[in-house]
Design a protein around this ligand. Structure first.
Ligand SMILES: Nc1ncnc2c1ncn2[C@@H]1O[C@H](COP(=O)(O)OP(=O)(O)OP(=O)(O)O)[C@@H](O)[C@H]1O
Length: 207
């Protein structure tokens, strides 16, 4: 999917977070959205995902030469972000069964294959509410990257991951990130050093 932002701006009350953002995210390329804390990275990701409306400008979504309406883009996106909650009352197996009723998995991966990919075999039948924050992060990333969608949005992907988890995250991106539009919000270089392009939100601030 190709995503084009035309003069996008977003403000909360009187505060402009970013303005006049013109950018095209191409199919199969990876992008890092960069900026200091509070610069608007998560806000931009939510605008791109259609879950926040821009205050100015428009977005076009195109796949196979067909334009997709913003109200219909949700099935094309997978998102892993700190503000996206897992269903805590489910076990890991139940959660994956539930999620993959609505979205197909890449390469026909089954829940048990995804659990192995996460390295969480021993926790398959544990309630997610009892997972550590790093275990929850692995679940979010694996679910996002293993869902069969052309666009993957990752907000602070390495948050709560230990050193082994960061290596695991990078391997997962190498395995499942190619030929998709990957947009990563970050301020840690190791989270995005493989990306093709960088967008600095500081370039879209009112001076
Ligand atoms: N719902 C909201 N109402 C008012 N202000 C908001 C709202 N959501 C975000 N903001 C403000 O928008 C600005 C950008 O926030 P955002 O979370 O997008 O930044 P960020 O770059 O992702 O930050 P971080 O690196 O800390 O995650 C901040 O000043 C924040 O307070």
């Amino acid at each position: 999917m190709e995503i084009t932002l035309h003069h996008i701006g977003r403000r909360f009350n009187r505060e402009w977070i970013f303005e006049n953002l013109n950018y095209t995210f191409e199919q199969g390329k990876s992008y890092a959205v960069l900026g200091i804390n509070g610069s608007g990275k998560s806000t931009l990701l939510q605008v791109i995902a259609g879950s926040l409306t821009p205050s100015t400008g428009t977005i076009t979504y195109t796949t196979q030469q067909k334009e997709i309406d913003i109200d219909e883009v949700y099935p094309y996106f997978s998102i892993a972000a700190p503000y996206m909650e897992l269903i805590e009352e489910f076990t890991l197996s139940e959660f994956l069964e539930f999620h993959f009723k609505f979205k197909s998995s890449l390469q026909h991966l089954k829940p048990k294959d995804i659990i192995s990919l996460m390295g969480l075999e021993k926790s398959a039948d544990k309630l997610i509410k009892y997972f550590s924050s790093g275990m929850k992060q692995r679940v979010k990333l694996a679910v996002a990257l293993c869902s069969d969608t052309p666009v993957v949005l990752l907000d602070e992907p390495a948050s709560n991951l230990d050193v082994a988890g960061i290596i695991w995250y990078k391997d997962l991106v190498a395995l499942f990130g190619s030929n998709r539009t990957l947009i990563i919000c970050s301020n840690q270089e190791y989270e995005y050093d493989f990306c093709n392009f960088e967008i600095q939100l500081a370039d879209y601030k009112r001076h």
